[in-house]
Ligand binder design. Sequence first.
Ligand code: GDP
Ligand code: K
Ligand code: MG
Length: 294
Amino acid sequence: MSEHKAGFVNIVGNPNVGKSTLMNALIGEKLSIITSKAQTTRHRIFGIVNGDDFQVVFSDTPGIIKPAYELQSSMMDFVKSAFEDADVLIYMVEIGEKDLKDEAFFAKITNSKVPVLLLLNKIDVSSQEVLEQQVQLWKDKVPNAEIYPISALQNFNVDTVFNRILELLPESPAFYPKDQITDKPERFFVNETIREKILINYSKEIPYAVEVETEEFLEDENIIRIRSVIMVERDTQKGIIIGHKGSALKRVGIQARKDLEKFFGKQVHIEIFVKVNKNWRSDQRQLKRFGYNQ
Ligand code: GDP
Ligand code: K
Ligand code: MG
């Protein structure tokens, strides 16, 4: 009789190396939003893969940065927590990357008591020669890690990594019901989808000044009705989000609706409003309300 295995596999690394892309590839669902911009991921998000005799609880986390304001400090608290409860640590780096800028976090990886899988990502844009150099470089830097070259985007070697994770998982009963695939409520995915469209459609500081809150999520048999609020820090930002005659906000709404219809497998009706909420990024109480303080 085979034993049941379960555990936490936490993905950490620099911004933009492909952590969220990997998480989605492992789960087979778009749980985490992905853009080419740093700080796309602000939360710790569980993605759960269930089998008859295993349950793997993956955690996607924000990229490691030196925090400059309260929101970013909370983001780094999520990363810290991911170091604390891992059964297997995934340290993701990309081809051509030099170092993890934060030495304290890097030391947590090299001194890790749990197995470390170092995933060298984006090998689809690398030559064989560069890849071999990089593998050697990381072997020297993180001697305690097993190194796997992968392409999260093209799903190359992701199954090899998954099978190795299953070998490394401790024997344990499941932590979550076997039909659950995440720890986050539906509204969270609405907020994140809208935020992804903001990251894609607006430049400079706008996406970083934005938080999204979904005030209404009403699910009928055939349709989901959603009302969400985009919060910005200043009046000028509100104007930019809305755009000429509302055209920019309308585009965000259309793009978000398409993704949400795919995600929920149902027709979606969405209304989006914009509000100014001064300095929410630096306000502990606001951050707590938005789910940042653990
Ligand atoms: P994160 O910030 O570490 O979560 O990174 P994301 O998953 O958001 O990805 C950042 C950018 O890298 C996005 O534009 C992805 O499409 C891209 N990316 C992720 N994985 C790969 C990969 O394997 N190959 C290539 N070429 N690009 C990738
Ligand atoms: K990103
Ligand atoms: Mg991410």
